[in-house]
Design a protein around this ligand. Structure first.
Ligand SMILES: Cc1cc2nc3c(=O)[nH]c(=O)nc-3n(C[C@H](O)[C@H](O)[C@H](O)COP(=O)(O)OP(=O)(O)OC[C@H]3O[C@@H](n4cnc5c(N)ncnc54)[C@H](O)[C@@H]3O)c2cc1C
Length: 430
């Protein structure tokens, strides 16, 4: 990975969470100068991808496009920074954000319901509350769901006591409580699925946060990381250095350890080659795939897990007039499943639909990503990249020399990490 330097820092700041100008030059002006685009869009899922798409469709169409956003949860709960709750470095309440800004500032029609089906011929979305919503274009942004069936014994009963905490919410608090209840000298076991999964550096940040908590409160305790991958998936050298320097002797990292079995009562996991490991607190992150509703609509057409899209418009390659965003998508090469990238997908689809509703061809867009990780209570590191559409390959590819990783941890980057979170929540939701 190239080293981070000042010119890259400036480029990435320009492509940060609040920047829309570089991604779609002249978009708002173009929309105003020509006839105001009109159309009906229904969005399923108000996470980073869906909420951003809903907001920017309204904003860039000068409120000409009618947007209905259907979300099953009452509030937005942020996965980014949720590992800090596990480390005791953040109040859970700071993860929770209202959807009111989307309604009040942008006139997005918010519906609290779970989508149960879509008639893609008649273009109608149905919900568990009996609602039905017609669309010209549908956006599906349901995030991920877990493949519990890949781990024998991780059934509905086991899921009541063994948590993944890979969707922020009640499980974040429940896992924190288990860590608090664990006696000093106990063993915390974290299992990581084979990539691709949501947030490549996230599990390793979690290791740091739990290690920080143990170091302050339970210094005899150990962390065992069972990683199905053959090495640390993101920011490897930075995490390894942090583990060695800040938490010496505490972390036992085992690559190529794929958890395929669980015995919840004895808190024992089994690998695909029959190795076993027992812990005091287990945190099992199962393999994942596009959210269930994407599968139900028939959008999942890659490896039986992800939804393929045309990268000029994020329109599904399986079902016309339906666009898929965020973690549910079969990602372009080296494109992470992240909140920042989901936010960029949201802007890209808003841009594309405004073009389409204006009778023009959608234009490929530049997308950027930065993922910060907190190594303790103060120090942060990042990985960043910029992705540009390649007409030859028909996918976005990393712009050579555009990104990279931190030289090393710093308190300054810890501050940037917290600033990034505040900015992306605001950009997505208000
Ligand atoms: C511990 C952790 C740390 C992370 N840290 C970072 C970070 O620092 N930076 C970063 O960029 N990313 C981070 N991520 C990744 C980031 O959270 C995800 O990539 C991002 O949430 C994906 O956005 P999304 O909109 O695709 O999915 P989501 O945010 O999951 O949103 C999907 C929404 O759809 C809704 N939904 C699903 N199905 C239905 C249905 N049938 N009807 C109605 N609603 C439905 C869900 O309720 C949900 O609100 C982290 C993830 C984790 C787990």
């Amino acid at each position: 990975m190239p080293r981070f330097n000042e010119s890259r820092r400036r480029l990435l700041q320009g492509l940060g969470a609040s920047s829309t100008v570089l991604m779609v030059p002249g978009m708002a002006e173009a929309a105003k100068a020509t006839k105001q685009p009109r159309g009906r869009v229904v969005v399923i899922g108000a996470g980073f991808a869906g909420a951003t798409a809903a907001k920017y469709l309204r904003k860039w169409s000068d409120k000409g496009i009618d947007v209905t956003l259907i979300e099953r949860n009452a509030e937005f709960i942020s996965c980014p920074t949720s590992n800090e709750v596990l480390g005791g470095n953040r109040d859970y309440k700071t993860l929770v954000h209202s959807y009111d800004g989307l309604r009040k500032h942008w006139g997005v029609k918010l519906v609290r319901a779970s989508v149960t089906g879509v008639d893609t011929e008649k273009k109608i979305v149905r919900t568990d509350t009996g609602g039905s919503y017609s669309y010209d274009r549908l956006i599906v942004a349901p995030g991920i769901d877990f493949m519990f069936d890949q781990i024998e014994g991780y059934d509905a009963v086991a899921q009541k006591t063994i948590f993944h905490a890979w969707k922020a919410g009640p499980q974040t608090l429940a896992l924190r409580q288990q860590l608090e209840a664990m006696p000093d000298g106990g063993v915390f076991v974290l299992s990581i699925p084979k990539a691709p999964y949501r947030c490549p550096p996230g599990p390793y940040e979690r290791v740091c946060q739990v290690a920080w908590y143990f170091k302050q409160n339970k210094p005899q305790s150990r962390i065992v990381v069972l990683d199905a991958n053959d090495g640390i998936v993101s920011k490897g050298k930075l995490f390894q250095a942090a583990w060695a320097n800040e938490y010496p002797g505490m972390i036992d990292y085992r690559p190529n350890w794929n958890v395929t079995g669980l015995d919840a009562p004895t808190k024992t996991v089994t690998s695909e080659v029959g190795d076993t490991f027992k812990g005091d607190v287990l945190n099992i992150i199962p393999p994942m795939r596009a959210g269930d509703i994407a599968r139900q609509i028939g959008l999942v057409n890659v490896n039986d897990r992800w939804a393929g899209v045309n990268w000029t418009s994020l329109e599904s390659t399986a079902v016309p007039y339906v666009h898929v965003l965020g973690d549910a998508v079969f990602a372009a090469p080296q494109m992470p499943k992240s909140g920042h990238m989901a936010n960029q997908h949201g802007k890209a689809v808003a841009s594309a639909l405004i073009e389409i509703f204006s009778g023009r061809e959608p234009r490929p867009m530049l997308m950027a990503n930065t993922c910060y990780s907190m190594l303790d209570n103060k120090q942060g590191v990042h990985v960043a990249s910029v992705h540009r559409y390649s007409p030859e390959k028909q996918v976005p590819l990393i712009v050579e020399g555009s990104g990279g990783v931190s030289n090393g941890p710093s308190i300054e980057e810890g501050r940037y990490a917290h600033g990034w979170a505040i900015q992306i929540w605001a950009d997505t939701l208000t």
